[in-house]
Design a protein around this ligand. Structure first.
Ligand code: NAD
Ligand code: DAU
Length: 357
């Protein structure tokens, strides 16, 4: 029997991998991972544990097979709720749940500490208590700070921690706790550090969906500072395929960088978006810079390429086309995401009203 496409390991894994506990699976990347798991692994069941904060959205889980996927609303910082939801049949905990937006962490860091740090420790303790086999921590390149521009240097798994925003600091702290659980208690852990994801169902506070949404509505696109900050972009499904490999075959205690070798200055991101949409560059508006704005992220993914055989499947152009097409087809999703509290956030952050639709 082939367990999942491309799998070359023993069939007995089918018995081990009965159930996966995904946290934050109603968010952008978590929901893409849930879809991928259900598509790729035939026998698997998923428990999806998510607090449904402003970024969590049940619309993201529409159409999933209810016999293999169950949703539980709960907070990862609440140990009773976590223990109540986590079964002893769990093969792996995959922790996506987080406060994930840098600008919000600058405005108020409190929730970032509770969810990203305390929540991770609660999950680690619960995983040990329930005898979970593996713990996957979905981390970020931002824990390593900022790289100099115009120099041929990249983040490796050995780069020092130099987080510059409260968000990045909270994710770095979480990584330390995961490492400590591995070293002290022998928990089988894998940490992954990815760059900037883009794709369907990304909440429109993030740069790419915000720019896309504003461009579709002929609204100005706010670009921080000089627009020359560089991010390393990856299509969300490529990230999720790397996570699946890390869960299946990653070394216990390992850290893997996940990047598609796709560095781009923000201004180029907007320009390619506008070009693909057939919209004018006059929509670009330079605004006040983000405090402590990291200049450049760029990942060296050679470890995951050589050790786990991962390669991205999408190019920047193909991923962008898929993303634009999804947002064009799902205007209702975007309208709903932009209603309610998001309006207040946008007014506070950008000093103007969010565009309709
Ligand atoms: P997101 O903000 O879209 O989703 C986060 C999800 O976590 C939401 O569904 C939210 O309801 C849930 N959540 C928040 N607090 C919770 C809590 N206390 N208990 C349970 N659930 C809670 O985030 P995303 O962009 O999908 O990112 C997912 C993970 O990947 C995060 O850990 C983030 O740090 C990491 N990451 C993101 C990127 C990126 O480019 N977006 C890149 C690298 C790593
Ligand atoms: O690198 C991985 C990280 O990528 C993840 O860990 C974070 O969860 C994710 O939010 C993302 O962080 P960034 O801060 O890089 O993403 P954001 O979409 O907020 O911004 C991308 C770039 O665009 C950054 O240089 C800031 C800039 N920007 C952002 C916004 C929201 C603008 O110029 N204008 C904007 O309005």
């Amino acid at each position: 029997m082939t367990l999942f496409k491309g799998w070359e390991g023993p069939d007995s894994l089918a018995e081990i991998m009965q159930e996966i506990f995904v946290t934050g699976g109603a968010g952008f990347i978590g929901s893409a991972f849930v879809r991928l798991l259900l598509d790729e692994i035939s026998e698997l069941r998923i428990r999806n544990f998510d607090a449904l904060t402003y970024a969590g959205n049940l619309d993201n889980l529409e159409g999933l097979d209810g016999s293999r996927h169950s949703f539980i609303r709960g907070n990862i910082a609440d140990s009773e709720a976590v223990l109540g939801a986590l079964s002893e049949n769990t093969y792996a905990v995959v922790n996506f749940a987080a406060e994930s937006h840098v600008d919000r962490s600058i405005a108020n860091a409190a929730e970032f500490l509770t969810t990203n740090i305390v929540g991770t420790q609660v999950l680690l303790d619960a995983a040990r208590e329930r005898g979970v086999k593996r713990f996957i921590q979905v981390s970020t390149d931002e824990v390593m700070g900022s790289l100099p521009e115009n120099e041929d240097v990249f983040f490796t798994e050995k780069s020092p921690f130099q987080p510059n925003s409260p968000y990045a600091a909270s994710k770095a702290a979480a990584e330390h706790l995961v490492r400590a659980a591995h070293e002290t208690f022998g928990l089988d852990t894998v940490v992954t550090r990815c760059g900037n994801n883009y794709g369907p169902r990304q909440f429109p506070e993030k740069f790419l969906p915000l720019a896309l949404s504003n461009a579709l509505n002929d609204q100005p696109i706010p670009v921080y500072g000089d627009g020359r900050n560089v991010r390393d972009w990856i299509y969300v499904d490529d990230h999720c395929r790397a996570l699946l490999l890390a869960m299946e075959k990653g070394r216990a205690g390992a850290v893997y960088n996940i990047g598609a070798r796709n560095e781009r200055p923000n201004i180029e991101v907007v320009e390619s978006l506008l070009k693909t949409l057939g919209k004018p560059k006059s929509l670009i508006r330079f605004v006040k810079d983000r405090p402590g704005h990291d200049r450049r992220y760029a990942l060296d993914p050679s470890l995951i390429e050589t050790e786990l055989g991962w390669r991205p499947q999408e190019t920047w152009e193909s991923g962008l086309e898929k993303t634009i097409e999804w947002y064009r087809q799902n205007t209702q999703w975007l309208e709903r995401a932009k209603s309610g509290a998001y309006r207040d956030y946008y007014r506070e952050q950008y000093g103007e009203e969010v565009s309709a639709g």
